[in-house]
Design a protein around this ligand. Structure first.
Ligand code: Q46
Ligand code: ZN
Ligand code: ZN
Length: 315
């Protein structure tokens, strides 16, 4: 297989785009595509400040690399979850993020959950009834809260995450299976900061296949953590990814067209009433000040109050 642009040996054949590229041209193509999506979905402009949530994985570090290459002012945010899983997952991922930032002279904000809140994510999960023994529920809640707080307090115009097309298609598939209208209404490349105190969230890689973001990290020589979080094993989203990969194998482009058709349908007005009604009623949490759908403490504050109360009793 030869590169379509220069005839050199291709490193990746993207059947869905009928495009094969060599390492150099592929390393150029990814930022061009990302810039196109940033503009198309009006994610942010050159004068804006962006906060990139980095986990040490290929997607988030790849995204940070692309944004810097495109000339954007982008800082990183690493959230220490205190997950070990026998591989020192959190410690390893933090090292990769720190090394990435240091080598390039970039600013990395770090928030260690155990330091700030008094317990690691697995400890907190064991002390609450959220998520039936799996820490993902407490983890997701905490990450959303910290990302929002850091973006808001740091005066960033947008919070960027490294979600790729495989992630987005799997979430879309799950939400479609259960017809979770509220979640469907909120899914997309941009989640507007519709309420005061909510940061604007953007996903510049949402149209890139996972094999493309992995190949990008490789050709750019980015040192990322290969291991997934140990708790991601057995997640429903992985089963959905597997199903979609089988669809894609038989019909290249199936994943992309599933996602893009959804965005078009949404644009055409599907889900409109629901999205407006669910976004309208927002209160301010009396404890942390973040917007919440209930007229009392938000789920984050209630959960961590419970964790601290039980932690103290046990100690
Ligand atoms: S939610 Fe669950 Fe992830 Fe948190 S505990 Fe790991 S798998 S990191 S995206
Ligand atoms: Zn080439
Ligand atoms: Zn709160």
């Amino acid at each position: 297989m030869r590169c379509r642009k220069c005839g050199e040996r291709a490193v990746l054949n993207m059947r869905q785009h009928k495009l094969a590229l060599c390492a150099d041209h592929f390393a150029e193509w990814i930022p061009e595509q990302t810039q196109r999506f940033i503009e198309k979905y009006r994610m942010f402009r050159p004068e804006h400040r962006v906060l990139v949530a980095v986990s040490g994985g290929k997607d988030s570090l790849g995204l940070w690399d692309v944004l810097i290459r495109l000339g954007y002012s982008a800082d990183g945010l690493y959230i220490g979850l205190g997950i070990d899983g026998g591989t020192g997952y959190s410690a390893e991922s933090q090292k990769r993020c720190e090394a990435f930032a240091q080598d390039r002279g970039l600013t990395l904000h770090k928030v260690d959950v155990a330091e700030v809140e008094g317990a690691t994510i697995p400890e907190a999960s064991a002390l609450t009834h959220r998520g039936r023994g799996k820490p993902c529920s407490v983890c997701g809640l905490t990450k959303r809260h910290v990302m929002n707080r850091m973006a808001r307090d740091g005066g960033y115009d947008a919070l960027a995450t490294g979600h790729n097309l495989d992630d987005e298609a799997a979430v879309l598939f799950g939400n479609t299976l259960s017809w979770s209208v509220g979640y469907l209404a909120r899914q997309g490349p941009v989640l507007e900061a519709h309420a005061d105190g909510f940061a604007r969230k953007v996903k510049p890689f949402c149209r890139l296949y996972e094999r493309e973001t992995a190949a990008y990290a490789l050709v750019r020589g980015i040192d990322y953590i290969y291991e997934e979080c140990p708790y991601s094993v057995g997640a429903t989203s992985l089963a959905h990814k597997d199903l979609l990969n089988r669809l894609e194998a038989g019909r290249p482009g199936a994943k992309l067209s599933f996602y893009l058709s959804f965005l078009q349908a949404k644009e055409a007005g599907l889900l409109r009433t629901e999205s407006q009604s669910s976004a309208d009623v927002l209160h301010r949490c009396p404890s942390c000040g973040q917007p919440t759908s209930v007229p009392e403490k938000c789920a984050f504050c209630r959960t961590w109050d419970q964790v601290r109360a039980r932690h103290t009793v046990r100690a």
